[in-house]
Design a protein around this ligand. Structure first.
Ligand code: AMP
Length: 483
């Protein structure tokens, strides 16, 4: 995320995916493929940094991976057997290119490239301190704080410098770092954002999701553990646990929406989880209806689960155009509305006269639901019921998933009955937080939290240092600082 006030608005948020490979011919071309599989995690910009005997090489550009990294000349300009890459979603602006990752700096002990998925929740405070000490920042990215902390560390070894830097950082980070000491992968002690390790032949790979391993034919070896640092170089693969250990709190929203359904996250198939969520939702909030219709694509697996558990037939009542990006990705509210219309169309011949249960993964601002319910009514639906495969999103994420400021979250403004009215549905229900945990194979125990579910519960697993007291009060945050 960017180091403007994280509470202010939704303009400067970002979501990201990372991919890195050690010891492969034309490493950058593998990274391009891996990033392509992670495109859903960030669609506005992409970058790759590679390393060979001559040093570091980087290419970063706005737009999709395919538009930039499908060009031979771009890949050829990224030589070397080791490379890392990053996809990112953030709004474009005059300064946006400075923030496109991997970020790179020439440090006293050599080049340092870093790709970050997550968000540092004390970045502004650290930045102010570093600024006062003379650090000159090139970007507004929180990730650059890590570079300056590494650069100014008193330790002599690169690994120690990185550990020293990360010990000062709060929040979520799944990091890939390219240094002369080797390729380094690291996940914050709470393991908020995912990071997996795989292999193909003699190459070692790190990626945000397993789908990026699949795409290059690599096999999944294991997750990089919460608080683990893995160094890969000519001496092999070495694992370190340099941080004070904490109980892991992986993000629950990866299962609900963010990860691709063909990925395995925290050892669980995302597709299976989403189907289980749909089945649990059908048990918790049954409804009499003729057809179950997913809001494509994000609602599809949950709708299959809902249909199987309820016995109500699954039908494709909404057809999605695959030539438009995620609705949410459009930066302004006006364009976002337009995006919904462009993206979805009712299958009117099917809908006419039917009682429809619509399934979507989440309601954020309510934009999609309002449009889709209206679309069903325009297509002649007899009744429109909405079931949501997550609890109400009442709190902003400060750990790397784009959510608007709290005032723009529909569920933070009104209760479920009022939301049903607002979206003009005959009924509306969300899965309960306990039901969501059950669907993921857990039994929720708020006294011993197993996941980060702050977007639903407001229980943030780290301090939110960059928020002022007033903002904390306004947002009714309950912070459970576990480190
Ligand atoms: P909204 O229209 O604002 O209520 O947003 C809800 C829709 O956006 C749902 O259909 C979700 O699939 C999708 N969505 C939810 N969270 C996110 C996110 N963080 N980034 C992108 N899309 C999202």
């Amino acid at each position: 995320m960017l180091t403007t006030n994280p509470f202010d608005d939704d303009k400067l948020r970002e979501e990201c995916g990372v991919f890195g490979i050690w010891n492969a011919d034309a490493a950058a071309s593998f990274v391009a493929l891996g990033l392509h599989a992670l495109q859903h995690r960030g669609q506005e910009a992409a970058g790759i940094s590679s390393m060979d005997a001559a040093g570091f090489h980087s290419h970063r550009a706005a737009g999709h991976v395919a538009g930039t990294f499908d060009k031979d000349e771009v890949i050829r300009a990224l030589p070397g057997r080791t490379a890392i890459g990053h996809v990112r979603y953030s709004t474009t602006g005059s300064s946006a290119m400075r923030n496109v990752q991997p970020l790179f700096a020439e440090l006293a002990d050599g080049g340092f490239a870093v790709a970050h998925n997550g968000n540092i929740s004390n970045a502004m405070k650290l930045r102010r301190t570093l600024n006062r000490r003379g650090s000159i920042f090139q970007s507004t990215s929180d990730t650059e704080v890590i570079i300056h902390l590494v650069a100014t560390s008193h330790h002599t070894q690169m690994l120690d410098r990185i550990v020293d830097a990360l010990n000062q950082v709060e929040g979520a980070y799944s990091l890939l770092m390219l240094t002369e000491a080797g390729l380094i992968a690291c996940r914050d002690p709470l393991g908020i954002r995912p990071l997996v390790m795989g292999r193909i032949g003699d190459s070692v790979i790190f990626a945000s999701e397993t789908v990026a391993l699949d795409v290059i034919g690599a096999h999944y070896e294991r997750d990089v553990g919460p608080g683990e640092m893995v160094l890969v170089n000519g001496d092999g693969v070495r694992s370190f646990r340099p941080f004070v250990s904490a109980s892991p709190r992986p993000c629950i929203f990866e299962h609900v929406y963010f990860s691709r359904p063909d990925s395995v996250v925290d050892g669980t198939s995302v597709y299976e989880s989403r189907k289980n969520i749909g089945a649990e939702l059908a048990r918790e909030s049954p409804v009499e209806a003729d057809i179950v219709v997913p809001v494509p694509d994000s609602g599809v697996p949950a709708a299959i689960g809902f249909s199987q558990a309820s016995g109500i037939p699954f039908e494709l009542g909404i057809i999605r155009s695959h030539y438009v990006g995620r609705t949410f990705i459009q930066p302004s509210q006006e364009v976002r509305h337009l995006g919904v219309k462009l993206k979805h169309n009712a299958n009117s011949a099917l809908i006419r006269g039917k009682k429809v249960v619509l399934i979507d993964d989440s309601i954020v601002r309510g934009t999609t639901s309002v449009k889709i319910v209206q679309m069903m009514r325009d297509a002649g639906a007899a009744e429109v019921h909405m079931r949501i495969a997550s609890p109400p999103t009442r709190h902003s994420c400060f750990y790397g998933v784009d959510t608007p400021e709290r005032a723009k979250l529909l569920a933070a403004q009104m209760d479920v009955a009022a939301m049903a009215k607002y979206i003009n549905a005959d009924s509306l229900a969300f899965i309960s937080i306990d039901g969501l945990y059950r669907a993921l194979g857990d039994s929720r125990n708020p006294a011993v939290p197993q996941r980060c579910d702050a977007c639903f519960t407001g229980d943030y697993p780290t301090r939110l240092t960059d928020l002022t007291d007033k903002e904390m009060a306004q947002s009714a945050l309950r912070v459970v600082a576990s480190r």
